[in-house]
Write a protein that binds this ligand. Structure first.
Ligand code: ZN
Ligand code: ZN
Length: 537
């Protein structure tokens, strides 16, 4: 009799354990494609059936109208927003770099001078998530499971790895372009695990360089792109013409891989190694792997969306993602993991390409600020009144202005008057007047969401549509409110996801609250988004 009761007890125990299994996936895989516009899901129309994009769109759920709800639309902000469910005004990540208003010093988003590089002797590892002011969904998973979940971030870019994984991650790994190795910082550990050292010892980068870069299909079939070798394509890889040979980089220029599709392959290989060696998704406590593919951004900046390089890059990335899902299916199990895919921002077409087709577009040369500082010196008698323009905001040198007892409003007025009639300037105004000036409400809201005063500038610049800023005369960039920068893909796939799509407007800040709802864990501390009802069962 007692035996029977014991049997029943264990029977129900095992039942409840089983129920627990089905409540959460074994692994969450967050995929951020750096600089991927939503329309890339459709414009490069030769994605493979067993590749990543068609698989996610056919078997998963697509939020077709997902928009970034703040400006600037920049890498660090995008990664922070996706994983925190918040906006720069709250999570504090207002750009890749900003000027700290107390010290007037440049701060890189993941700078941390209190830690050491682990895995190389360079400064590339003086990084941590210390500047991120809120939790990410990964932190919340850690808190929800009493830190039994494993969280690991992977990206070639430090910020694409560190920010998503959050404060309490087991590890974040990124690529040291000076050494060709995956590194981390003493924030996470004091020595690289043996498996990372073994991975680095293979120096895959040299093997990729030996392969060079030719198009996946015959080059004359790239009908979605302009002809090869346009004058406005960068020549950082020793030219801008297929086929590329990278033999000259072997054993030397380890950073060049960033601007090739091999950078994405290296990322996928390392991500698979993380899953294997850190046993992610092996037990019933949900783990989280964040992967950001950075090479899409480097290639986009260099060549622009209408280049054969970009088209080929996405066709190759699609294959890479398909192989990653095959790997996860066999290692973790089909539908045992939840994957989502989004982007940190999009990008404008290269201005010269648009002009070729009569669409108005141009570059605002940032050297204008040197001239403007000369104008200010003449009028106010001080050098370097403008520190810089960052994230489309002009930052004034407040300590100099205060010490010299110059009227701040007079300086602002002079700058605004000077800039107002410059070609390409749509709006320029004192950021303190943001609530008052006549401005389209969406743009205003995006700027408000991007504003964290201790890390932001004094004067806001909005460029005309199709204008970009920078010193470069080639390629393109991103950063403003426009749809080409702000409309991003959002795909859900795997555990608990039913196929479908919606055209309803969804915010980038809804991603983390949706994961929280799916996993039944707390929403990140600064989240302003809402769970997407179409995704929640
Ligand atoms: Zn980016
Ligand atoms: Zn970029």
């Amino acid at each position: 009799m007692q035996k029977n009761i014991l049997f029943l007890f264990f029977f129900f125990l095992s039942l409840s354990a089983k129920t627990q299994n089905t409540e959460r996936p074994k692994l969450v895989v967050g995929i951020v494609i750096d600089q991927m516009r939503w329309d890339y899901l459709y414009r490069y129309n030769r994605y493979a059936q067993n590749g990543g994009f068609k698989r996610m769109m056919g078997h998963g759920y697509s939020c077709e109208n997902t928009l970034i709800s703040y400006a600037p639309t920049i890498t660090a902000c995008g990664h922070a927003s996706i994983y925190s469910g918040s906006v720069p005004a709250i999570n504090g990540i207002v750009g890749n770099t900003w000027i700290d208003r107390q010290t007037s010093r440049y701060v890189y988003c993941t700078d941390d001078k209190s830690v050491k590089t682990v895995g190389s002797t360079t400064n590339a590892g003086l990084m941590s998530p210390a500047n991120l002011l809120t939790t990410t969904i990964c932190d919340e998973l850690k808190l929800a499971t009493n830190f039994r979940s494993k969280v690991i971030g992977v990206a070639l870019k430090d910020r694409g790895s560190i920010i998503p994984a959050g404060h309490s991650a087991n590890a974040a790994y990124w690529y040291d372009g000076a050494t060709g190795d995956w590194i981390t910082s003493s924030y996470y550990m004091n020595n690289l695990p043996k498996w990372v050292n073994d991975f680095n010892a293979k120096k895959l980068v040299n093997k990729y360089y030996e392969q060079g870069w030719n198009t996946l299909y015959p080059i004359n079939t790239y009908t979605q792109s302009s002809e090869d070798s346009k004058a406005y394509e960068a020549k950082g890889l020793g030219g801008n013409t297929f086929p590329y040979s990278f033999k000259q980089f072997v054993g030397k220029n380890f950073g060049a891989i960033l601007t090739t599709p091999h950078g994405n392959s290296l990322t996928a290989e390392f991500a698979k190694a993380v899953v294997i060696n850190e046993s992610l998704g092996e037990d019933n406590i949900t783990d989280f792997l964040t992967v950001s593919f950075s090479s899409t951004d480097y290639i986009g900046h260099s060549y622009g969306p209408n280049s054969i390089e970009e088209e080929d890059n996405f066709l190759r990335l699609d294959k890479e993602l398909g192989e990653l899902f095959d790997f996860l299916d066999s290692k973790v199990g089909k539908n045992q993991y939840l994957a989502f895919l989004s982007a940190d921002h999009g990008a404008l077409q290269a201005p010269e390409f648009l002009k070729e087709h009569k669409i108005p577009s141009a570059r605002l040369d940032l050297n204008v600020f040197d001239t403007l500082n000369q104008v200010l010196k003449k009028q106010f008698g001080r050098d370097s009144i403008i520190i810089d323009m960052y994230n489309y905001q002009i930052v004034l040198n407040t300590p100099i202005i205060q010490a010299a007892n110059i009227n701040l409003d007079e300086i602002k007025k002079t700058i605004i008057q000077y800039m107002f009639y410059l070609p390409g300037v749509a709006r320029i105004f004192d950021i303190n007047l943001l609530a008052q000036i006549p401005l389209n409400s969406r743009i205003r809201e995006m700027l408000v969401n991007g504003y964290y005063p201790k890390r932001c500038g004094d004067i806001q610049l909005i460029l005309q549509s199709q204008w970009i800023e920078g010193y470069s005369k080639t390629g393109t960039t991103h950063g403003l409110w426009n749809p080409y920068d702000a409309h991003i893909p959002l795909l859900w796939y795997g555990w608990g996801i039913k196929p479908g799509s919606t055209a309803r407007e969804i915010s980038i800040t809804d991603i983390a609250p949706t994961i929280a709802a799916l996993l039944k864990i707390q929403t990140p501390s600064g989240a302003v988004g809402k769970p997407i009802p179409e995704i929640i069962p």
